[in-house]
Design a protein around this ligand. Sequence first.
Ligand code: 1CP
Length: 347
Amino acid sequence: MNDRFLRALGRQPVDRTPVWIMRQAGRYLPEYRATRARAGSFVNLCKTPELACEVTLQPLARYPLDAAILFSDILTIPDAMGLGLSVEEGSGPRLAKPVRTRGAIEKLGVPDAETDLRYVMDAVRLIRRELHGKVPLIGFAGSPWTLACYMIEGEGSSSFARPKALALDDAATMHKLLDIVARSVAAYLAAQAAAGAQALMVFDTWGGLLAPDMFREFSLRYLAQIAQSLQIHNVARHVPLILFSKGANSHLEALADSGCAALGLDWTIALGDARMRVGNRVALQGNLDPAVLHASPDAIRGEVKRALDSFGPHPGHVFNLGHGITPDVDPEKLGVLIEAVHELSAR
Ligand code: 1CP
């Protein structure tokens, strides 16, 4: 097996820097759009393991990537809790039954990953089989704070004012929600690992919207709860955990101490500066601005070189963007980026 990705997460030497791309299976690929049309909807695509497997493998057929990521969404957990997920073409995800009161939150239960989310575990098992050991498979979930944002708001938002107001007005109720989501995420990730996921990633996409004290109380604390749960249940020893708290660079040291193996970074910090701050406690993943893929091939190669030089000749770097690839990117540009990582990082 190509184990560069797992070796880099373990901060072991590699022959070149491994690379995968957040949202590598997605709307910028015409073959993804075709399969999605065949599925009828995004949710059907996620819930049909054969189709989820097909789109997971699509970017690997095009590019020499070093990891596959399960095709799914972070909102599978709220959906399994009964909130009713739909994703319309062109707009974002929507939950039919958001939870906004203490009463609604007290009725929520932890979904059983193997039954309520069986389609995800079936997809993981099928993808592992179809990968034939070519590259490792990443499983993932949303962070408790990020999931709570959608569960309360019912859809995406630029400010997530409702969840913030609940946290400020009734912290006890917010903690009830975050605790049940954290226990759900930990069980879901452990089940993905048992089904065959070889690394796990938690997306705390909206953690960076919080002021520092609120970040520690409502996001970091539950990220650490998940990391610790995976350690206690002996998952973390074999299956490394990557935490990605977007916009939370002021908390890197605390995130590195949470019990994870690696931190995902957005593009607002230089890799070298981040490495200086966390030392070699964790591996780092990232972190080009996705907008770089709109620039010329020469500029893309220049930015790849800048990121590799910034990290330096140490073990423990996984190349990636600093957030997901956007639907308007020309797939050839991603090829340029991946080729540049291969060429410029060869030891
Ligand atoms: O129309 C479509 O086809 C739907 C677009 C889409 C896709 C391709 C959505 C709806 N989700 C996904 C897949 C997805 N989502 C993956 C697949 C694996 C891969 O990386 O290739 C992953 C990891 C996610 C995770 C996810 N979903 C996050 C965290 C990562 C991030 O980008 O910040 C978040 C915040 C979501 C919510 C969500 N689901 C879909 C969209 C468009 C969004 C985000 C934006 C919003 O709130 O409107």
